[in-house]
Design a protein around this ligand. Structure first.
Ligand code: ZN
Length: 203
């Protein structure tokens, strides 16, 4: 199982971190061990001094493929949820400054959180998805898939030009504006439309 992530896929988020709008999807990966298993506590990582939440729509790959045409891409995912792409922002800022890879900031154990899955149909995919994140009961991020720079299908097609997609792979599709710091004791809740998909206590 592989976890693909898209960076800078919402214009307002690219701007808030001082990044330009990309002309093709920015792709990075997290390893299998990055996925926090169900009923496992989440601990604030020891190496980090500025942990950021990033709420994202996450797709579940249901078909193996490579070189997938964008028009066929919606046949390759059949589930959606929200998740958090946890980021050690202090480490990422340092790595970015030095022009180094992001893995130590983004791909560590338990840095990927996902909620419960909703099955997707072609019919449901005709309409956009709204989503949000609450921290300690206050809404801190709100997004909508209609604001994606690169659509779900564009992202899947692009990834498949470089990597085989396999059943069970996950795609984190990017975070909207409002990323921010969280600390031990915070309680994060992810919503897809108005439905809560996960609760996470930071220990
Ligand atoms: Zn992200």
């Amino acid at each position: 199982m592989k976890i693909f992530c898209v960076g800078r896929n919402y214009a307002d988020h690219a701007k808030e971190l001082g990044n330009s709008i990309p002309d093709e999807p920015v792709i990075f990966m997290k390893p299998k061990n990055a996925l926090l298993q169900t009923n496992t506590p989440f601990y604030y990582p020891e190496f980090c001094n500025e942990l950021h939440y990033e709420i994202e729509l996450v797709l579940r790959i249901c078909k193996n493929g490579r070189y997938i045409p964008q028009k066929q891409a919606n046949k390759y995912y059949n589930g959606i949820t929200v998740g958090i792409d946890f980021t050690a922002r202090d480490i990422q800022d340092d790595l970015k400054k030095k022009g180094l890879p992001w893995e130590k900031a983004k791909a560590w154990d338990n840095s990927a959180i996902i909620g419960t899955w909703k099955d997707l149909t072609a019919e449901r995919l005709k309409n956009p998805f709204s989503f949000s994140l609450k921290n300690n009961n206050e809404t801190v991020q709100v997004g909508n898939s209609k604001d994606l720079i690169f659509s779900f299908d564009a992202v899947i097609a692009h990834i498949s030009n470089y990597f085989s997609l396999n059943i069970g792979d996950l795609v984190f599709t990017g975070t909207p504006a409002g990323v921010g710091e969280c600390v031990v004791g915070d309680v994060l809740e992810g919503y897809l439309e108005n439905e809560k998909m996960f609760d996470l206590d930071i220990k």
